[in-house]
Design a protein around this ligand. Sequence first.
Ligand SMILES: O=P(O)(O)OC[C@@H](O)[C@@H](O)c1c[nH]c2ccccc12
Length: 299
Amino acid sequence: MQIRRRPPNPTFSISHLQYQVSVPGSEPQNILEEIVWHKDTEVQRQREKVSLSDLKRRIEIVAPAKDFLRALRQGKTQPAVIAEVKKASPSKGVIRENFDPVAIAQSYQQGGATCLSVLTDRQFFQGSFENLAKVRAAVDLPLLCKEFIIYPYQIYQARLHGADAVLLIAAILCDQDLKYFSKIIHVLGMTALIEVHSLDELDRVLALDSVNLIGINNRNLEDFTVDLKTTETLYHARRQPLQNRDILIVSESGIHSREDLQFVGSVGAQAVLIGESLVKQDDPEKAIADLLSHPHQLQ
Ligand SMILES: O=P(O)(O)OC[C@@H](O)[C@@H](O)c1c[nH]c2ccccc12
């Protein structure tokens, strides 16, 4: 884990006064740290409004989760496509004005996506749990909740709003949290997609039991550089354990063309996660159908 979960500034309270002591390194080192620090206060605030036990009670009447992993294994296409409903990102700003999450999700379903991913982070991606719930009500495909999970509370929020799978980012969670959070996701009937970006993170994840779905993020979340070879390098380095344990690999980010799709498919990815290149098209249905069509079917 390279990031610090909280700012190093200790806050002292004397009577009713609060003093913040500034220490060196009190600014976030990178975007991932900034997001996680913000998330920490955001979740504390939400917890004050709705307690964890309330969330757990509300979940009891939610329809059971769909099998995200099975859908990917039986993928409509090879590789299977997880299409992402994403309005903005810290690296690109607003990707799509006139953003209608339900219309986009429906066109992805029509165009041939196997599963969908819905960004729920508000501050940095302009997403929301409301979007997740709206998409859940409008499409049948299994849904991934794309969130920066640092507390179990958020996993229950995801389930409440209709998620079938939840992203866990290895770079922001220690081994114990990865293990514990995966267990909660499983107990709630959902699938954990554990995201890695380096060999070190992949090895940490492979050291856990019962891992069946790993995302290799081609984007470095610390500086936003994208390199599709990340999928090739990591898969190649650990091909044996990945194959022996029948772990399904999702290649995430930076996929813009059929060539990109074929490349990551040829180096071991059985599924891909695509956001920006689909969301920015006027007709996302056509965009996804084009991406999935074979070259000889063009024109
Ligand atoms: O828009 P792109 O480059 O196709 O990427 C989609 C997805 O992989 C990306 O949104 C993503 C991958 N891991 C994340 C973690 C948090 C937020 C977002 C992400």
